[in-house]
Design a protein around this ligand. Structure first.
Ligand SMILES: Cc1cc2nc3c(=O)[nH]c(=O)nc-3n(C[C@H](O)[C@H](O)[C@H](O)COP(=O)(O)OP(=O)(O)OC[C@H]3O[C@@H](n4cnc5c(N)ncnc54)[C@H](O)[C@@H]3O)c2cc1C
Length: 423
């Protein structure tokens, strides 16, 4: 436990979000067991002290801020792997372990956990935000990959949401209720995760397009072709420029799609050729692919760190990150409408999409002390949220969650759904 100002300030300030901290926690605690979490929560409940669970602090929407002070429960000391069940292809972990650390541990067994949000994210935080990542198009989101949880409820009681069975029809699905609850229903203290076999072979392909709409159309056509890609990521020309600047690369600065195909060597190559044909029918050019494992790793690392690359264009700026998601068939329309608005803004904005899921982000760069710029960023953000919601089944957040930043738009989102129900 610490009451040191620097520690409290560190835990109270946003690490990866542009939202402002109005307060900091009064105390930061570092529990080492479920029983300790239970005691802390029970005591906070008795004394009506607010609590904020804290994982890797990579969340984007001011999730870990402590607007009312209280206790920050830093879960990163609870990072043990409790059991690895190779024959069941599952693992039981404490919530503070990071997905990257977990995958390092699993690699020698030929297994991996397929959700890849921000580098540094923990399994507890990933459950709490119902995160996705580039591989969700193939393996689903956190909702689909968690088998069972142990959770400390607000009164300190410990509950187990299920068993280790892969499926169960026995009553309410409490696991799914907790996934995405962002620390509001309890503190997750143990997680059983479904694992996947590391693919025998993979090919990473990249292709350039004259417009972002062409690129989005190819992502849609690829999904419609029935090919089970494991990744389809889209970047606009501004994002590629940021990547070039940050990584000393020389990629063509045009809308670009990145794919990953997996399976046997022959199958991965066959899928690559089919998608190459689809791309060429939609004005795609410079279709290149990598099979060397270091080259592939580097490409995905660069993509994963795309957000941070944006600061190479504007070093002292902050990033407002948007996260709308629509049914796949509406993606090209939403992206091109948004892109027109972004291009006509005075701010520098990039587009990055998990295109196979109909989900895209824009990184809107602004100077933190320039209120007009912040307002312009918010205007763009609202424009995209409203446009997505107007597309009947869109959502204001595909994967980042609500946090403190999206509370108001969540209300809009719910009102929109209600309006649809009553028509
Ligand atoms: C560069 C970058 C790339 C990213 N890419 C993606 C992406 O592709 N897909 C994606 O979905 N997200 C992405 N994110 C967002 C972020 O990584 C995810 O939201 C992630 O799931 C947050 O995990 P965390 O451990 O950092 O959680 P934190 O930020 O620590 O916490 C997030 C929320 O979870 C709660 N929480 C934390 N631990 C617990 C617990 N044990 N019990 C209950 N509640 C808890 C917190 O109170 C908070 O509300 C990215 C972020 C960055 C910086």
């Amino acid at each position: 436990m610490t009451m040191d100002y620097d520690d409290r300030y560190f835990h109270g300030k946003p690490q990866n979000s542009f939202h402002k901290a109005m307060n900091i926690p009064d105390v930061v605690v570092f529990p080492r067991s479920q029983e300790e979490v239970s005691k802390i929560v029970k005591s906070c409940n008795e004394h009506k002290v607010p609590i904020v669970p804290y994982g890797g602090a990579t969340s984007i929407e001011g999730h870990t801020l402590s607007p009312n002070g209280g206790i920050c429960i830093d879960m990163t000391q609870m990072k043990n792997i409790k059991s690895l069940n190779l024959e069941d292809m599952d693992v039981v972990v404490e919530p503070g372990i990071g997905w990257m650390e977990l995958n390092e541990h699993l690699e020698p067994y030929g297994l991996f956990f397929p959700l890849d949000p921000g580098p540094g994210a923990t399994i507890g935080g990933m459950c709490a935000t119902r995160c996705s990542g580039s591989l969700a198009v193939r393996y689903g989101t956190m909702r689909d990959n968690v088998i069972n949880l142990k959770v400390v409820l607000a009164n300190g009681d410990i509950v187990k949401t299920g068993s280790r069975a892969r499926k169960s029809a026995a009553g309410y699905d409490l696991t799914r209720l907790m996934i995405g609850s962002e620390g509001t229903l309890g503190v997750i203290t143990e997680v059983t995760l479904r694992l996947q076999k590391i693919p025998q072979y993979s090919v990473v392909a990249m292709c350039n397009f004259p417009t972002i709409k062409d690129a989005a159309d190819v992502a849609i056509a690829t999904m419609m072709s029935g090919i089970q890609v494991s990744r389809v990521e889209l970047m606009d020309e501004v994002q590629v420029r940021a990547i070039n600047l940050a990584n000393g690369k020389n990629l063509p600065e045009v809308p670009t799609l990145m794919f990953e195909f997996i399976g046997t060597e022959a199958y991965a190559r066959e899928q690559t050729l089919i998608v190459q044909k689809i791309a060429s029918e939609h004005n795609g050019s410079d279709f290149v692919f990598a099979e060397d494992s270091e080259a592939k790793k580097e490409l995905w690392k660069i993509r994963k760190e795309a957000l941070w690359a944006c600061f190479a264009m504007k070093p002292n700026f902050e990033a407002m990150i948007t996260d709308v998601c629509v049914p796949l068939s509406r993606l090209a329309e939403l992206i091109s409408t948004s892109k027109q608005e972004l291009d006509s803004s005075s701010l520098v904005c990039t587009v990055i999409a998990h295109a196979g899921d109909g989900n895209f982000h824009t990184v809107i760069l602004f100077e933190p002390d320039q209120e007009e710029q912040r307002k312009e960023g918010e205007r763009l953000n609202h424009f995209m949220v409203h446009t997505a919601l107007a597309m009947e089944a869109g959502t204001c957040t595909g994967e980042h969650g609500v946090g403190t930043g999206k509370m108001k738009v969540l209300l809009l989102n719910l009102l929109r759904l209600l309006a649809l129900l009553t028509h």
